[in-house]
Design a protein. Structure first.
Length: 121
């Protein structure tokens, strides 16, 4: 289940929505250069997804495990394959699981969650 929350920039007080995944049907990746968000639907990465599940991997846990330095080789590769499928951002940056959320107004990363967390599939 993913979450959508209202965040406030600590620098310019701009309020904006932050989505974090994974949802039931998509991964949520952020651009590493700007504030863009890319929802990668599981149907877009079906082959990658099935390959992971074939080896007993869990597409919901794989990104987390890989970031913590754990997981199987397939799980560690999964992140890279999903990021590759996400393509490049219009700004020239890359969509990454590990990219920090940025303020759309000033692009800084110092943000605070101020609003309700809504769940999405
Ligand atoms: Zn970008
Ligand atoms: Zn800001």
């Amino acid at each position: 289940m993913g979450t959508a929350s209202t965040a406030r920039c600590r620098d310019c007080n701009h309020d904006f929505e932050v989505a974090e995944g994974p949802g039931m049907f998509c991964h949520v990746l952020h651009c590493d250069q700007c504030y863009a968000v890319r929802f990668v639907g599981f149907e877009e990465i079906e082959a990658v997804h099935l390959a992971l599940e074939d080896t007993g991997g869990d597409p919901y846990e794989a990104p987390t495990r890989a970031h913590e330095g754990g997981g199987t080789e397939v799980e560690r590769r999964y992140d890279a394959l999903v990021e590759e499928a996400a393509g490049a951002c219009a700004c020239g940056g890359c969509f990454r699981f590990a990219a920090q959320v940025r303020c759309p107004s000033c692009r800084r990363t110092e943000i605070a969650i101020v609003g309700e967390c809504l769940l999405f599939d």
